[in-house]
Design a protein around this ligand. Structure first.
Ligand code: PLP
Length: 449
């Protein structure tokens, strides 16, 4: 690795003095150097000390689906930016039109793509659409949005209002009214829901959503927003029968189904989108991270034509979606996204995600014989988690400090892994592995070892 500067310590000091890092406590930086990354290639990154790491988190937050150092994406973005970089989304651009068309080819039943920059922003767009539909179609009465305990939809106040993770929400209230929580569907913790695990659990968990709908009044609820597989809430895969029942409930009560594919989208769980694995048909889909694998900032809120039609009333001055995202007009995003999608196709990465994901699951499950602290292994595709407990009988979560020490130990040994479950402060006990979709058996063996 060639460092592009002479004195690494100056960079470390500049970071320590001036960068406010996301999502971490800064106190330890008083004695420990912040880690600065310099270079990436494929599955690997190098830090400023020259140390090599295998990245089992795809950029820390499940984003770099096609891996690091993709010249094909960088070249396309450079060429596009030199030709034409930006115009606010009221006018179109060539990559904007092309990527929307390619995306919709992958999403039968949906037809419109609204561009923004981050997952939070895409979800905000969706919430605004639901609220405006309530006003335009239902006299303002059907504007409540249901969200699920342990799901996460972003960092803004409206997204936190739809946030099912109490650690993320604590101290940021008051929140926006009109968001209503439904229970999670984690079978390993079925007892928390007053349900029995096993056959019938999925349907029973979905029926708990119906109970909330009936309590609130179906005529007051505009949408249900769910992750296909709950990511940061502890890698929760939906139990059998859950999604079928969820779809049925939404249709029965005329509730729009908004699926947050910010993490699962673009192959993370072995299909283009997570909902396609579970055979459901959403009305609104939001996506971000893997859309351009972190080579440019882009997110999309994709809807059916039926949703879009509600905003085409030219007899009313307010009859359109009165929303904008300045950088939703940047051409770098859709240009990178087009190449990213082409790479996934050319290299058959959906299949690789499914097969290597199954292999990773097998390897993690084998570890259960050796380590009694692994209580549950779960996930789909290359998105897998191991919930750590002090005792398999009681399922008491392993204390967060011990989980943190395991993550730090892996880091010291050159593997970047994560721990998740922000649903309860201090119970962050699920190890998370989400390597790039290019991962090979050797990469997985190395990570698990
Ligand atoms: N939705 C889900 C499921 C997420 O996991 C995240 C971020 O981790 C978001 C939305 C928010 O995305 P962003 O951080 O790009 O705003």
């Amino acid at each position: 690795m060639n460092l592009p500067f002479n004195d690494p310590s100056k960079i470390v000091e500049a970071d320590r003095a001036h960068v406010w890092h996301h999502l971490i406590q800064h106190k330890p930086f008083e004695t420990v150097d912040p880690r600065i990354l310099v270079e990436g290639k494929g599955m690997r990154v190098w830090d400023i000390t020259g140390k090599e790491h295998i990245d089992a988190l795809s950029g820390g937050v499940w984003t770099v689906n096609v891996g690091y150092g993709r010249e094909r994406i960088a070249d396309a973005v450079r060429d596009q930016l030199v030709k034409f970089n930006f115009f606010g989304g009221v006018l179109g651009t060539i990559p904007g039109a092309q990527f929307a068309e390619r995306l919709i080819e992958k999403m039968p039943g949906l037809s419109r793509v609204y561009y923004a920059n981050s997952g939070s922003e895409a979800n905000e767009k969706a919430f605004k659409m639901v609220r405006q539909i309530s006003h335009r179609v239902h006299g303002g009465k059907k504007g409540k949005i249901l969200y699920r305990h342990r799901d996460y939809h972003g960092t803004t106040i409206a997204c936190l209002s739809a946030g099912g993770q109490d650690e993320r929400n604590a101290e940021y209230g008051p929140f926006t009214p009109g968001f209503v929580r439904v229970p999670h569907c984690l079978e390993y913790r079925a007892h928390e829901l007053g349900l029995e695990p096993g056959p019938g659990f999925g349907e029973a968990a979905a029926n708990q959503i119906e109970e909330v709908i009936l309590r609130e009044g179906p005529d007051t609820i505009g949408a249900l927003c769910l992750e296909p597989v709950t990511a940061g809430g502890g890698l929760i895969t939906p139990p059998d029968g859950y999604w079928e029942r969820v779809q049925e409930i939404c249709r029965q009560y005329d509730i729009l189904l908004h699926i947050d594919e910010v993490v699962c989208g673009l192959g993370r769980i072995g299909t283009w989108f997570g909902y396609q694995k579970y055979g459901v048909q959403p009305d609104i889909v939001t996506m971000a991270k893997g859309v351009a694998s972190g080579y440019a900032a882009i997110s999309c809120c994709v809807t059916t034509e039926d949703v879009f039609e509600k905003f085409k009333d030219d007899t009313d001055r307010l009859g359109y979606f009165r929303d904008i995202s300045t950088f939703g007009g940047c051409t770098a995003g859709p240009t990178a996204a087009l190449e990213n999608m082409a790479i996934i196709e050319d290299e058959n990465l959906l299949d690789n995600s499914a097969t290597m994901g199954a292999y990773l699951h097998e390897r993690l499950t084998d570890l259960m014989d050796k380590h009694s602290m692994i209580g549950d292994v779960r996930g789909e595709g290359l998105f897998r988690g191991a919930e750590l407990v002090t005792d398999r009988e009681t399922r008491e979560p392993l204390p967060e400090k011990q989980v943190g020490a395991i993550v730090a130990d892996c880091m010291a040994q050159g593997a970047i892994i994560g721990a998740t479950n922000r649903s309860v402060p201090g119970k962050n006990n699920t190890l998370c592995l989400s390597p790039a979709l290019i991962a090979t058996k050797d990469d997985i063996d190395e990570i698990v070892t």
